[in-house]
Ligand binder design. Structure first.
Ligand SMILES: NC(=O)c1ccc[n+]([C@@H]2O[C@H](COP(=O)([O-])OP(=O)(O)OC[C@H]3O[C@@H](n4cnc5c(N)ncnc54)[C@H](OP(=O)(O)O)[C@@H]3O)[C@@H](O)[C@H]2O)c1
Length: 298
Protein backbone atom coordinates (compact mmCIF):
# COMPACT_ATOMS: atom_id res chain seq x y z
CA UNK A 1 0.00 0.00 0.00
CA UNK A 2 1.30 3.48 -0.82
CA UNK A 3 1.83 6.04 1.96
CA UNK A 4 -1.56 7.54 2.74
CA UNK A 5 -3.56 9.24 5.44
CA UNK A 6 -5.44 5.95 5.68
CA UNK A 7 -2.51 3.87 7.01
CA UNK A 8 -4.16 3.99 10.49
CA UNK A 9 -6.97 1.81 9.09
CA UNK A 10 -4.82 -0.53 7.01
CA UNK A 11 -3.64 -3.01 9.60
CA UNK A 12 -3.95 -6.65 10.55
CA UNK A 13 -5.80 -6.27 13.87
CA UNK A 14 -8.91 -8.34 14.10
CA UNK A 15 -10.57 -11.54 15.13
CA UNK A 16 -10.43 -14.83 13.25
CA UNK A 17 -7.40 -16.56 11.74
CA UNK A 18 -8.83 -16.34 8.21
CA UNK A 19 -8.95 -12.55 8.52
CA UNK A 20 -5.21 -12.28 9.18
CA UNK A 21 -2.82 -11.41 6.42
CA UNK A 22 -5.60 -10.24 4.10
CA UNK A 23 -6.20 -6.58 3.18
CA UNK A 24 -9.01 -4.94 5.14
CA UNK A 25 -12.34 -4.01 3.54
CA UNK A 26 -13.87 -0.60 2.98
CA UNK A 27 -17.62 -0.19 2.42
CA UNK A 28 -18.71 2.66 0.14
CA UNK A 29 -22.42 3.54 -0.25
CA UNK A 30 -23.71 5.28 -3.37
CA UNK A 31 -20.73 4.00 -5.33
CA UNK A 32 -22.19 3.90 -8.86
CA UNK A 33 -21.44 7.54 -9.66
CA UNK A 34 -19.90 10.83 -8.58
CA UNK A 35 -17.90 10.89 -5.36
CA UNK A 36 -18.93 7.38 -4.23
CA UNK A 37 -17.46 5.80 -7.36
CA UNK A 38 -14.25 7.79 -6.77
CA UNK A 39 -14.05 6.66 -3.15
CA UNK A 40 -14.31 3.03 -4.31
CA UNK A 41 -11.64 3.46 -7.02
CA UNK A 42 -9.19 5.39 -4.84
CA UNK A 43 -9.58 3.10 -1.79
CA UNK A 44 -8.99 0.03 -4.00
CA UNK A 45 -5.95 1.71 -5.57
CA UNK A 46 -4.62 2.27 -2.01
CA UNK A 47 -4.84 -1.45 -1.27
CA UNK A 48 -8.28 -1.91 0.34
CA UNK A 49 -10.75 -4.57 -0.68
CA UNK A 50 -14.14 -2.95 -1.22
CA UNK A 51 -17.82 -3.57 -0.70
CA UNK A 52 -19.63 -1.31 -3.16
CA UNK A 53 -23.29 -0.43 -2.64
CA UNK A 54 -25.77 0.77 -5.24
CA UNK A 55 -29.36 0.18 -6.32
CA UNK A 56 -28.45 -1.01 -9.84
CA UNK A 57 -26.55 -4.29 -10.18
CA UNK A 58 -25.45 -3.56 -13.77
CA UNK A 59 -23.86 -0.24 -12.73
CA UNK A 60 -22.14 -1.96 -9.78
CA UNK A 61 -20.68 -4.60 -12.16
CA UNK A 62 -19.30 -1.77 -14.33
CA UNK A 63 -17.67 -0.13 -11.28
CA UNK A 64 -16.26 -3.53 -10.29
CA UNK A 65 -14.54 -3.88 -13.70
CA UNK A 66 -13.17 -0.33 -13.46
CA UNK A 67 -11.73 -1.18 -10.03
CA UNK A 68 -10.14 -4.33 -11.43
CA UNK A 69 -8.42 -2.32 -14.17
CA UNK A 70 -6.75 -0.22 -11.43
CA UNK A 71 -6.32 -2.90 -8.77
CA UNK A 72 -6.54 -6.39 -10.34
CA UNK A 73 -6.14 -8.16 -6.97
CA UNK A 74 -8.86 -6.24 -5.13
CA UNK A 75 -11.67 -8.34 -3.68
CA UNK A 76 -14.82 -6.45 -4.71
CA UNK A 77 -18.20 -7.47 -3.27
CA UNK A 78 -21.58 -6.01 -4.20
CA UNK A 79 -24.45 -4.82 -2.00
CA UNK A 80 -27.58 -4.07 -4.02
CA UNK A 81 -30.09 -1.98 -2.05
CA UNK A 82 -32.59 0.78 -2.70
CA UNK A 83 -32.23 3.52 -0.06
CA UNK A 84 -35.68 5.11 -0.04
CA UNK A 85 -37.64 2.22 1.46
CA UNK A 86 -38.60 1.12 4.96
CA UNK A 87 -38.29 -1.56 6.19
CA UNK A 88 -35.15 -2.36 4.20
CA UNK A 89 -34.18 -6.04 4.57
CA UNK A 90 -31.82 -5.81 1.56
CA UNK A 91 -29.78 -3.42 3.73
CA UNK A 92 -30.25 -4.80 7.25
CA UNK A 93 -29.95 -8.48 6.35
CA UNK A 94 -27.86 -8.09 3.16
CA UNK A 95 -25.16 -5.98 4.79
CA UNK A 96 -25.08 -8.05 8.00
CA UNK A 97 -24.58 -11.20 5.88
CA UNK A 98 -21.71 -9.65 3.90
CA UNK A 99 -19.97 -8.44 7.07
CA UNK A 100 -20.33 -11.85 8.74
CA UNK A 101 -18.23 -13.53 6.01
CA UNK A 102 -15.18 -14.87 7.90
CA UNK A 103 -12.68 -13.23 5.52
CA UNK A 104 -14.21 -9.74 5.68
CA UNK A 105 -12.33 -7.43 8.06
CA UNK A 106 -14.11 -4.06 7.86
CA UNK A 107 -12.00 -1.05 8.89
CA UNK A 108 -13.42 1.79 6.73
CA UNK A 109 -17.00 2.87 5.96
CA UNK A 110 -17.76 5.77 3.63
CA UNK A 111 -21.45 6.60 4.01
CA UNK A 112 -21.65 8.71 0.88
CA UNK A 113 -25.08 7.99 -0.57
CA UNK A 114 -27.28 11.06 -0.88
CA UNK A 115 -30.56 11.81 -2.64
CA UNK A 116 -31.89 15.17 -3.74
CA UNK A 117 -34.90 16.42 -5.70
CA UNK A 118 -33.09 17.99 -8.68
CA UNK A 119 -36.05 20.09 -9.87
CA UNK A 120 -36.02 22.48 -6.85
CA UNK A 121 -39.76 22.00 -6.05
CA UNK A 122 -41.66 24.08 -3.48
CA UNK A 123 -42.18 21.99 -0.33
CA UNK A 124 -45.97 21.99 -0.61
CA UNK A 125 -45.72 20.76 -4.21
CA UNK A 126 -43.71 17.67 -3.22
CA UNK A 127 -45.37 14.32 -2.64
CA UNK A 128 -45.25 12.62 0.71
CA UNK A 129 -43.32 9.75 -0.97
CA UNK A 130 -40.66 12.12 -2.28
CA UNK A 131 -40.08 13.74 1.14
CA UNK A 132 -40.05 10.32 2.83
CA UNK A 133 -37.52 9.07 0.26
CA UNK A 134 -35.11 11.94 0.97
CA UNK A 135 -35.43 11.48 4.76
CA UNK A 136 -34.95 7.70 4.49
CA UNK A 137 -31.96 7.89 2.12
CA UNK A 138 -30.08 10.79 3.73
CA UNK A 139 -30.85 10.28 7.43
CA UNK A 140 -32.18 6.81 8.20
CA UNK A 141 -29.92 4.95 5.73
CA UNK A 142 -26.58 6.32 7.06
CA UNK A 143 -27.79 5.77 10.65
CA UNK A 144 -28.62 2.14 9.82
CA UNK A 145 -25.31 1.63 7.99
CA UNK A 146 -23.51 2.97 11.10
CA UNK A 147 -25.57 0.82 13.48
CA UNK A 148 -24.93 -2.38 11.50
CA UNK A 149 -21.21 -1.67 10.86
CA UNK A 150 -20.27 -0.45 14.34
CA UNK A 151 -19.72 -3.88 15.99
CA UNK A 152 -17.37 -4.78 13.10
CA UNK A 153 -15.55 -1.43 13.26
CA UNK A 154 -15.09 -1.93 17.03
CA UNK A 155 -13.74 -5.44 16.49
CA UNK A 156 -11.19 -4.20 13.93
CA UNK A 157 -10.18 -0.83 15.38
CA UNK A 158 -8.55 1.57 14.66
CA UNK A 159 -11.33 2.05 12.13
CA UNK A 160 -13.18 4.84 10.39
CA UNK A 161 -16.76 5.88 9.61
CA UNK A 162 -17.17 8.88 7.30
CA UNK A 163 -20.64 10.33 6.66
CA UNK A 164 -20.94 12.84 3.84
CA UNK A 165 -23.08 15.91 4.57
CA UNK A 166 -23.34 19.23 2.66
CA UNK A 167 -22.24 22.82 3.20
CA UNK A 168 -25.91 23.57 2.43
CA UNK A 169 -26.96 22.73 5.98
CA UNK A 170 -24.90 25.72 7.27
CA UNK A 171 -26.32 28.08 4.61
CA UNK A 172 -29.62 26.41 3.66
CA UNK A 173 -30.87 27.59 0.27
CA UNK A 174 -34.59 27.72 -0.65
CA UNK A 175 -36.36 24.81 -2.42
CA UNK A 176 -34.13 22.24 -0.71
CA UNK A 177 -35.67 22.02 2.78
CA UNK A 178 -35.93 18.20 3.15
CA UNK A 179 -32.40 17.78 1.73
CA UNK A 180 -30.82 20.45 3.96
CA UNK A 181 -32.74 19.17 7.01
CA UNK A 182 -31.43 15.63 6.54
CA UNK A 183 -27.88 16.84 5.95
CA UNK A 184 -28.12 18.67 9.30
CA UNK A 185 -29.13 15.33 10.84
CA UNK A 186 -25.92 13.78 9.43
CA UNK A 187 -23.78 16.44 11.15
CA UNK A 188 -25.34 16.10 14.62
CA UNK A 189 -25.52 12.31 14.30
CA UNK A 190 -21.79 12.12 13.51
CA UNK A 191 -20.77 14.58 16.24
CA UNK A 192 -22.74 12.65 18.86
CA UNK A 193 -21.28 9.32 17.74
CA UNK A 194 -17.77 10.83 17.66
CA UNK A 195 -18.20 11.82 21.32
CA UNK A 196 -19.71 8.41 22.16
CA UNK A 197 -16.60 6.64 20.79
CA UNK A 198 -14.35 8.86 22.93
CA UNK A 199 -16.46 8.21 26.07
CA UNK A 200 -16.34 4.46 25.32
CA UNK A 201 -12.54 4.67 24.77
CA UNK A 202 -12.97 3.19 21.28
CA UNK A 203 -10.65 3.83 18.36
CA UNK A 204 -13.50 4.08 15.88
CA UNK A 205 -12.96 7.47 14.26
CA UNK A 206 -16.24 9.17 13.32
CA UNK A 207 -15.96 11.94 10.76
CA UNK A 208 -18.59 14.08 9.06
CA UNK A 209 -17.17 15.30 5.74
CA UNK A 210 -18.49 18.53 4.22
CA UNK A 211 -18.52 19.14 0.46
CA UNK A 212 -19.65 22.36 -1.20
CA UNK A 213 -20.45 21.93 -4.90
CA UNK A 214 -18.59 19.02 -6.52
CA UNK A 215 -19.00 18.01 -10.16
CA UNK A 216 -21.17 14.83 -10.31
CA UNK A 217 -24.61 13.65 -11.40
CA UNK A 218 -26.05 15.73 -8.55
CA UNK A 219 -24.21 18.91 -9.58
CA UNK A 220 -23.81 19.73 -13.26
CA UNK A 221 -21.97 23.06 -12.73
CA UNK A 222 -18.75 23.44 -14.77
CA UNK A 223 -15.55 22.43 -12.99
CA UNK A 224 -13.70 25.36 -11.36
CA UNK A 225 -11.71 26.16 -8.19
CA UNK A 226 -15.02 26.24 -6.29
CA UNK A 227 -16.45 23.14 -8.05
CA UNK A 228 -13.77 20.39 -8.09
CA UNK A 229 -14.10 17.10 -9.92
CA UNK A 230 -15.26 14.17 -7.78
CA UNK A 231 -11.77 12.65 -8.16
CA UNK A 232 -10.02 15.76 -6.80
CA UNK A 233 -12.49 16.17 -3.94
CA UNK A 234 -12.08 12.53 -2.82
CA UNK A 235 -8.27 12.86 -3.02
CA UNK A 236 -8.56 15.89 -0.70
CA UNK A 237 -11.00 13.93 1.49
CA UNK A 238 -8.48 11.12 1.98
CA UNK A 239 -5.67 13.60 2.72
CA UNK A 240 -7.88 15.37 5.32
CA UNK A 241 -7.98 12.18 7.42
CA UNK A 242 -4.29 12.52 8.24
CA UNK A 243 -3.47 12.53 11.96
CA UNK A 244 -1.97 15.63 13.61
CA UNK A 245 0.82 15.96 16.20
CA UNK A 246 -1.71 16.22 19.03
CA UNK A 247 -4.05 13.34 18.07
CA UNK A 248 -4.13 10.37 15.70
CA UNK A 249 -7.92 10.84 15.38
CA UNK A 250 -9.30 13.05 12.59
CA UNK A 251 -11.75 15.81 13.60
CA UNK A 252 -15.50 15.22 13.95
CA UNK A 253 -16.30 17.61 11.09
CA UNK A 254 -13.86 18.22 8.21
CA UNK A 255 -14.06 20.38 5.09
CA UNK A 256 -11.46 18.80 2.79
CA UNK A 257 -11.53 21.16 -0.22
CA UNK A 258 -9.69 24.46 0.46
CA UNK A 259 -12.10 26.86 -1.33
CA UNK A 260 -15.07 25.16 0.40
CA UNK A 261 -13.29 25.66 3.76
CA UNK A 262 -13.03 29.39 2.96
CA UNK A 263 -16.77 29.33 2.22
CA UNK A 264 -17.42 27.76 5.65
CA UNK A 265 -15.23 30.42 7.27
CA UNK A 266 -17.30 33.13 5.57
CA UNK A 267 -20.59 31.48 6.66
CA UNK A 268 -19.34 31.31 10.27
CA UNK A 269 -18.29 34.99 10.46
CA UNK A 270 -20.49 36.93 8.00
CA UNK A 271 -23.83 38.39 9.17
CA UNK A 272 -26.69 35.89 8.75
CA UNK A 273 -28.70 38.20 6.44
CA UNK A 274 -25.74 38.26 4.01
CA UNK A 275 -25.27 34.45 4.10
CA UNK A 276 -29.02 33.93 3.54
CA UNK A 277 -29.13 36.43 0.64
CA UNK A 278 -26.23 34.67 -1.11
CA UNK A 279 -27.79 31.22 -0.54
CA UNK A 280 -31.10 32.51 -1.99
CA UNK A 281 -29.66 34.19 -5.06
CA UNK A 282 -27.46 31.24 -6.08
CA UNK A 283 -30.21 28.62 -5.92
CA UNK A 284 -32.91 30.87 -7.40
CA UNK A 285 -30.65 31.33 -10.45
CA UNK A 286 -30.00 27.57 -10.70
CA UNK A 287 -33.76 26.87 -10.35
CA UNK A 288 -34.65 29.42 -13.05
CA UNK A 289 -32.12 27.80 -15.40
CA UNK A 290 -33.54 24.35 -14.62
CA UNK A 291 -37.15 25.48 -15.21
CA UNK A 292 -36.20 27.27 -18.47
CA UNK A 293 -34.32 24.19 -19.78
CA UNK A 294 -37.26 21.93 -18.91
CA UNK A 295 -39.82 24.25 -20.50
CA UNK A 296 -37.72 24.12 -23.72
CA UNK A 297 -37.67 20.29 -23.63
CA UNK A 298 -41.50 20.07 -23.41
N1 LIG B 1 -22.24 17.01 -5.74
C1 LIG B 1 -22.40 18.01 -4.92
O1 LIG B 1 -22.29 19.19 -5.31
C2 LIG B 1 -22.66 17.76 -3.46
C3 LIG B 1 -22.67 18.86 -2.60
C4 LIG B 1 -22.87 18.65 -1.24
C5 LIG B 1 -23.07 17.36 -0.77
N2 LIG B 1 -23.09 16.31 -1.64
C6 LIG B 1 -23.27 14.97 -1.07
O2 LIG B 1 -22.22 14.13 -1.50
C7 LIG B 1 -22.67 12.77 -1.60
C8 LIG B 1 -22.34 12.22 -2.97
O3 LIG B 1 -23.00 13.02 -3.94
P1 LIG B 1 -22.73 12.94 -5.50
O4 LIG B 1 -22.83 14.32 -6.00
O5 LIG B 1 -21.52 12.13 -5.78
O6 LIG B 1 -24.05 12.13 -5.95
P2 LIG B 1 -24.41 11.38 -7.30
O7 LIG B 1 -23.41 11.59 -8.38
O8 LIG B 1 -25.83 11.79 -7.59
O9 LIG B 1 -24.37 9.84 -6.85
C9 LIG B 1 -25.28 9.41 -5.90
C10 LIG B 1 -25.13 7.92 -5.62
O10 LIG B 1 -26.23 7.53 -4.78
C11 LIG B 1 -26.99 6.53 -5.47
N3 LIG B 1 -28.42 6.68 -5.24
C12 LIG B 1 -29.19 7.73 -5.57
N4 LIG B 1 -30.45 7.49 -5.21
C13 LIG B 1 -30.47 6.24 -4.65
C14 LIG B 1 -31.47 5.43 -4.08
N5 LIG B 1 -32.75 5.84 -4.03
N6 LIG B 1 -31.14 4.21 -3.59
C15 LIG B 1 -29.85 3.77 -3.65
N7 LIG B 1 -28.85 4.50 -4.20
C16 LIG B 1 -29.17 5.72 -4.68
C17 LIG B 1 -26.70 6.74 -6.94
O11 LIG B 1 -27.06 5.56 -7.64
P3 LIG B 1 -27.53 5.58 -9.19
O12 LIG B 1 -26.24 5.60 -9.98
O13 LIG B 1 -28.28 4.32 -9.35
O14 LIG B 1 -28.36 6.81 -9.40
C18 LIG B 1 -25.21 7.06 -6.89
O15 LIG B 1 -24.48 5.88 -6.67
C19 LIG B 1 -24.17 12.82 -1.30
O16 LIG B 1 -24.39 12.49 0.05
C20 LIG B 1 -24.54 14.27 -1.54
O17 LIG B 1 -25.67 14.66 -0.78
C21 LIG B 1 -22.90 16.48 -2.97
Amino acid sequence: MSASALHRYWHENGAGPSARGKAPFALVTGSTGGMGEEWALQLAALGFNVIIQGRNKGKLETVRSQIHKLAPDADVRLLVTEATVYPNPALTEGLAKLLDEPDVRLTVVISNLGVNELSYPKLDEQSSESVAGIVLANAFYPAEVARICLPHLKRHEPSLLVTVTSIGCWAPPPYLSPYCGTKGFDVSFSRSLHNEMICEKRQVDIVCMVPGQVSSNMCLEPVSRMVPTSADWVKAGIASLRSTWWTPRPGAVVVPWGPHAWGMFFIAWAPAFMVNAIARSKVVTMRDEYLAANAKDK
